[in-house]
Design a protein around this ligand. Structure first.
Ligand code: MN
Length: 399
C-alpha cells in the first residue's frame, strides 16, 4: 500500500460514501511505526538525552527525563519493563478539542526528573518505593497518526502498541481522546487473548454509546467496540465515577445486560471512595486474567482537572485517583495503563491537569514496582508515612 491515501483506498474503509460504521483493523505488525528513521546503523538500546546537570524544566524533556527508545529492538536491548508513549489524537472528540496536545504537556509539566544524582528522587512518600529503581522505564515517543483518517490512525495505533507488547514491555499511554482505547486495548487483546483482559475504567462517562450516524470511533464509543468485538466482554469492565446526565436508561439497561459493573459517583458519595475502590479491586481480580487501567481525566472534579473536552462537575479528588492507580497496579497487577483526554488549552494557572496526569502515571508505575517487589497487601502504606515518630525512634532521637 502506498504512503498516501487515495480516494479508492478511503472507499475501501468507507465503501458506502463515508457512511459505514465498521473499521477494518489489520492485525499484522508490519509497518508498525515504531522505527528509528534517522539513525539506521545505531546499536539498539535506550538513548539517554539528559546530562547529569539537567534538572527540572531544563534540557530535553522526555517523560520523567527517562531515556528514549524508538524501536522494539531498543526495548529488548534495554530490558524495558514499561514504555510510556503518547497518542497525539483528538479527531474523535464530541466536545472541545485539544487533547492532541496532551502527551507533550504531560511530559513538559514535570519538574522532578528521575535522576537521583541531581538530588530529586522519585521515592513515593506514601510507600517509600521508587519505581525507577525497580523498573526499567523509557519514553517511547508518540504513536504515528494519519491526519484526517480515523481508521488508518487507529490501525497505526494498534500496530504501534502491538510492537511494544510483543517485546514483553508494558505499554503506558498518554492521551489523546478516549477513542484511542479501542485500538490500544484491541492490541493488548491480540497478544493476551480475546476475553482475557479486564478493564477498570475511571470516567465521568460510560463511553459505551453506539456510534452516531456516519461516525466511526467516536470517543464515547470505545468500550462498546471492545465489548462487541469480543476483545473485552462486558463482564470484564469495572467502571468508576460516572455522573451527570448520561448514560440514559436504555443504555444503562444495555450495560447491565452485558454484566458491566458500574460504580456511579452517587454510590461513591454514599459509601465513601475507599469502600468502592476495595470493591473495584476485588471485582477486577474476579473477572479477568489480566488487568488494564483506563482513566479519563474527566473522572476527576473540574476543580482539580479543568483541562478536558467534556468536563462534568462533582467528581473525584486528585488523591482518590492517585491512590486508585497505585493500589490496582500493586494489589492486582496490570498489563498496561492510560491517562486520556488531557486537553491543555483549557488548563488553569499552574497546568494542574497535566501535572495530575503526570503524577497518575508515576503513581501507577509505583504500584507496578510494588507488585514486582511483592508489596501487595490491601492499601499498603509505609509505617513512617503514617507516623513520623517511628523515623525519629529509628534514628535514636525519641527514646
Ligand atoms: Mn472517556
Amino acid at each position: 500500500m502506498s504512503e498516501t491515501t487515495t480516494i479508492s483506498e478511503a472507499e475501501e474503509y468507507w465503501p458506502e460514501g463515508f457512511s459505514v460504521k465498521e473499521s477494518k483493523f489489520s492485525t499484522s505488525l508490519e509497518g508498525h511505526g515504531a522505527v528509528d528513521d534517522y539513525n539506521k546503523d545505531r546499536k539498539p538500546g535506550p538513548i539517554y538525552v539528559s546530562r547529569k546537570h539537567d534538572r527540572r524544566f531544563g534540557g530535553i524533556q522526555t517523560f520523567a527525563k527517562l531515556p528514549v527508545c524508538l524501536t522494539p529492538e531498543d526495548l529488548v536491548a534495554g530490558k524495558m519493563d514499561a514504555a510510556v508513549y503518547g497518542v497525539p489524537w483528538d479527531s474523535t472528540v464530541s466536545g472541545r478539542s485539544g487533547a492532541v496536545m496532551g502527551p507533550m504537556a504531560i511530559r513538559t509539566i514535570d519538574y522532578l526528573g528521575q535522576n537521583t544524582e541531581i538530588g530529586r528522587g522519585s521515592m513515593g512518600l506514601e510507600t517509600h518505593v521508587n519505581p525507577f529503581e525497580t523498573l526499567n522505564v523509557c519514553d517511547f515517543g508518540d504513536a504515528p497518526i494519519v491526519r484526517g483518517n480515523t481508521p488508518k490512525s487507529f490501525d497505526a495505533v494498534r500496530k504501534f502498541v502491538g510492537a511494544i507488547v510483543e517485546t514483553g514491555t508494558m505499554p503506558i499511554a498518554m492521551g489523546g481522546d478516549h477513542g484511542m482505547t479501542w485500538p490500544v486495548v484491541t492490541a493488548l487483546a491480540d497478544h493476551y487473548g480475546y476475553g482475557k483482559i479486564g478493564v477498570v475504567h475511571f470516567d465521568a462517562h460510560c463511553d459505551a454509546w453506539e456510534e452516531g450516524p456516519d461516525c466511526i470511533g467516536g470517543h464515547g464509543t470505545p468500550m462498546r467496540h471492545l465489548i462487541e468485538s469480543g476483545a473485552v466482554p462486558g463482564t470484564n469492565f469495572v467502571q468508576v465515577g460516572l455522573r451527570g446526565y448520561s448514560p440514559d436508561q436504555s443504555l444503562q439497561d444495555w450495560m447491565a445486560e452485558r454484566g458491566m459493573r458500574c460504580h456511579f459517583m452517587a454510590e461513591i458519595e454514599a459509601r465513601g471512595f475507599d469502600a468502592v475502590l476495595q470493591d473495584a479491586v476485588n471485582e477486577a481480580m474476579e473477572q479477568a486474567d489480566y488487568l488494564y487501567l483506563s482513566l479519563d481525566i474527566d473522572v476527576v472534579d473540574p476543580a482539580y482537572a479543568p483541562a478536558t473536552g467534556t468536563p462534568e462537575p462533582g467528581g473525584l479528588r486528585s488523591w482518590d485517583v492517585l491512590t486508585a492507580f497505585r493500589r490496582l497496579a500493586a494489589e492486582v497487577g496490570i498489563i498496561g495503563m492510560e491517562v486520556v483526554e488531557v486537553a491543555p488549552p483549557y488548563d488553569g494557572p499552574g497546568e494542574i491537569t497535566s501535572l495530575l496526569a503526570n503524577r497518575l502515571i508515576r503513581s501507577g508505575l509505583t504500584g507496578v514496582a510494588m507488585h514486582k517487589l511483592g508489596i501487595r497487601e490491601p492499601n499498603y502504606l509505609h509505617p513512617e508515612a503514617l507516623d513520623f515518630g517511628l523515623a525519629r525512634k529509628r534514628m535514636g532521637c525519641d527514646k
